[in-house]
Ligand binder design. Sequence first.
Ligand code: NDP
Length: 328
Amino acid sequence: FQRIVLAARPKGEVQADNFRLETVDTPAIKDGQLLVRNHYLSLDPYMRGRMSEGKSYAASQALDETMIGGTVGEVIESKHAKFAVGDTVVGTLGWTEVAVSDGSMLRKVDTTHVPESAYLGSVGMPGMTAWYGLNHIMAPKAGETVVVSAASGAVGSVVGQLAKLKGCRVVGIAGGPEKCAYVVNELGFDACVDYKAGNLEADLEAATPDGIDAIFENVGGKVFDAALARTNAFGRIALCGWISGYDGQPTPIDNFRLILINRLTVQGFIVGEQPELWPEGLAELGKLVAEGKLKFRESVAEGLAKAPEAFIGLLKGRNFGKQLVKLG
Ligand code: NDP
C-alpha cells in the first residue's frame, strides 16, 4: 500500500516536495491489533503547524514518518475483541491507505443516517470545534449578532448554522462571491461579506447594523481586525484559528484596544482539550446532519497522491467546504 511521509519541513509556504509518497508492505497483525483500509483522509489547517519545528500547541510531526491526520475507513482484518471486519472506524491513522491499529483512539461509527465522510467534518473534529466555541465561549442569545470568518469552511459552516438555530443574526465572512452566495443561499446565514471584494470594513458595517455581539475567529489579521471594530460592549470572541498567518505572513492587528474599550472576553481554545464534551457534541451534530438541519459541502481530492496538492490548496483557500482525500 502507499503512504505519504513528511520529507522536509517547509520554509514559508508548504511545497509539494515537503512530502514523499512511499510504497510499503502490509504488515501481519498481532493479537490485539486490527488492520484498517482508509476510505477518506481529512486535511486540516492544523497540520501546517505540525510540519514546523517551532512552538505550537501540539508536538511537531516527525520527519520520514506517516503524515498525521484524521481518517475514516473499514476494518479489513481483526485480532481485536472490540472490532470486527467490516466495521466503519474513525481515527487518526494518517496519510496512508492502510494502517495497523491497536484500537486506541479508534471509534466505531454508524453510517446508516450519516455518511462516513461527515465524521471527518460536521460530525467530527471540525464540527466539535464549532459546537464548543459557539456553546461554551460565545454563548449567544437569540437576536444577537454573530460573525464567523472562513464561513463556508468545515468549521465556519457549522458555527453559522448552529447560531441560526439559536435565533441569532448570523453574518459570515468568506473569500469570493461563490462562497458568499453558498453561505447565504444554502447555509441560511443572514449575510456574508466577501473580504476579497475590497470594501471589508464598509461591507461588514452594512451587514451588522446593530454591531457584533460574538465573533468566531478562524482567519486573524485584517479580517479579525474588521470584526473587532464592530464589537459591542461585553462581546465574546472564540479565537479558534489564524489561518492567514500559518505560512508565516505578518498579520498585524490595529484594534486590540477595543478589547479594553468594549470589555470583550477573548478565549483561545483547542478542541481536543475537552474530550469529556465530545460525546454530547457529536451526538447533537450527528442528529442535526441525519435530520437534514445541518448542511455541509466537501472538496474531495481523488487518490492519496493528490493529498499534498490538496493540502497546499487548503492553505490558500482553494477548498470550498471540508477538504478530504478519497482513497482508492
Ligand atoms: P476551512 O474548511 O475553513 O478551510 C480554510 C479556509 O480558510 C479557506 O477555504 C479560506 O476560505 C480561509 N482563509 C481565510 N483567509 C485565508 C488566508 N489568508 N489564507 C488561506 N485561507 C484563508 O478550514 P477549517 O474549517 O478546517 O478550519 C478553519 C479554522 O479553524 C482554521 O484557522 C483552523 O486552524 C481552525 N481550527 C481550530 C481548531 C481548534 O481547536 N482551535 C480545530 C479545527 C480548526 P476563504 O476562501 O473564505 O478565505
